[in-house]
Design a protein around this ligand. Structure first.
Ligand SMILES: Nc1ncnc2c1ncn2[C@@H]1O[C@H](COP(=O)(O)OP(=O)(O)O)[C@@H](O)[C@H]1O
Ligand SMILES: [Mg+2]
Length: 404
């Protein structure tokens, strides 16, 4: 059963049948699901014609995860890719293309398609999207795009969404765009929706991920950080493991932050080392001191200085390359602040570089990334948390609250 919002899209296809149809908006709002359904309906109209259709996504893995699994559910049969990355549906072929890279468009060159479905438009290369649209030259071909919002200057927004309602000379609607919010997906339980909202950082992340708005990043980055996240003592906490983040610096601060995970899943910044004008000797010694104190823990390091990482390894430290994805990393840290699951140990009388930076660290509206200032300690925090946990959810329910 489709949601009310999804029925609105289906009705638009029945009435206007736009050549390019875009569903933009919140994560998990039902965009991909409805377009999968509509794409299949489109293919069914060409039953047993042996035509070619395009299914594009960032990677083959994301196509499987985002589209093919739901397509199997809707069709009620298993879909296996053949050697050419194609599946056969209603006597036609759907070719799957990964479109994230600058040269991805070359793969679809020369293709003639009767329709395309592009999953997660902003994750695709602009040239790939343009090429796919121009490949859809068969009579009656249609293009369906779903996308999460990003910067409002993004080409998906400017070139297509902002042209919502555009008509061809014949009167045929060329482009139609719809916006989805998380609340549009009524197939999700209330509790689930509530837990997503609680775990989504305030500001840009909430605007984009919950309301589906194309907003710029602006103001302070970590808005959900509050003073109550400082703790004065860690004596009563039960730490089960430790890890560290490293941001190399000389003119800027060099910073190593050490984190402990407690037995209820909270993470605490237990120690910060921040200094300017220090050579690698100094940091290697700090590394060894940390190992003596906390054990043979992983150090997630800025990859800008591979020779420093090598030096740490020669000293017998478990130095690893940090995952430096900025937006996802910040989201992960911010989510933990919002859920009060990331705390800062600050004993009385101690000044932390962290405290200085957390109040100053701000977005650059033009680049959509943070301003590269007051970011040294916070980069080390992001490297540690994001590389250690990836996109794993911060605990929603504390283990101590579960009836085990
Ligand atoms: N009408 C529906 N009926 C059942 N499940 C749905 C329906 N619409 C969406 N879903 C499910 O909700 C989840 C999110 O939908 P999806 O289309 O993937 O969202 P989006 O593409 O906006 O992130 C998926 O697990 C999907 O299978
Ligand atoms: Mg989707």
């Amino acid at each position: 059963m489709l949601t009310k919002k999804q029925i609105e899209i289906v009705k638009c296809v029945q009435r206007e049948n736009p050549k390019i149809l875009i569903c933009s908006g919140a994560k998990r709002s039902g965009k991909t699901y409805v377009l999968t359904y509509i794409f299949l309906g489109h293919i069914a109209r060409y039953r047993n014609k042996g035509l070619s259709f395009i299914l594009g996504g960032a990677t083959q893995a994301s196509i499987r995860r985002n589209v093919l699994d739901d397509m199997e559910n809707i069709l009620g049969k298993e879909l296996k890719l053949d050697k050419t990355n194609a599946i056969t549906v209603f006597g036609n072929k759907i070719y799957c293309f990964d479109g994230a890279n600058a040269d991805s468009w070359k793969k679809v060159r020369g293709f003639t398609s009767a329709g395309a479905f592009l999953n997660e438009g902003t994750a695709l290369h602009n040239d790939f999207i343009k090429e796919v649209i121009s490949r859809c030259s068969y009579e009656g071909a249609r293009v369906y795009i779903d996308t999460n919002p990003e910067n409002p200057m993004h080409s998906v927004k400017v070139d297509y969404i902002d042209k919502d309602g555009q008509k061809l000379d014949s009167g045929q609607v060329n482009i139609r765009a719809f916006n989805f919010t998380l609340f549009d997906n009524t197939s999700l339980s209330k509790e689930y929706v509530e837990s997503i909202i609680k775990a989504t950082p305030s500001g840009m992340y909430t605007d984009r991920d919950i309301y589906g708005r194309w907003v710029t990043a602006e103001g302070i980055v970590y808005r959900d950080f509050t003073e109550d996240l400082y703790i004065k003592s860690i004596d009563t906490l039960n730490f089960t493991s430790f890890f560290a983040g490293v941001d190399w610096g000389y003119e800027h601060y060099g910073v190593i932050t050490v984190f402990g995970e407690t037995d209820n899943g909270d993470v605490v910044l237990v120690k910060e080392f921040a200094s300017q004008h220090r050579e690698i000797e100094y940091w290697a010694n700090i590394g060894k001191t940390i190992k003596d104190t906390y054990g043979d823990i992983p150090f997630y390091c800025d990859t800008a200085r591979p020779e420093h990482i090598q030096r740490f390894r020669r000293e017998g430290l478990r130095a690893r390359n940090a995952d430096k994805s900025v937006l996802s990393g910040i989201e992960q840290v911010a989510r933990r602040f919002k859920m009060k699951a990331l705390k800062i140990y600050r004993p009385n009388g101690i000044k932390l570089r962290f405290s200085e930076e957390i109040q100053m660290y701000a977005w650059n509206e033009k680049t959509g990334e943070p301003i590269k200032q007051y970011d040294d300690c916070l980069d080390s925090v992001r490297y540690a948390i994001y590389t250690h946990y990836g996109d794993r959810k911060a605990r929603v329910i504390k283990r101590s609250e579960l009836d085990l």
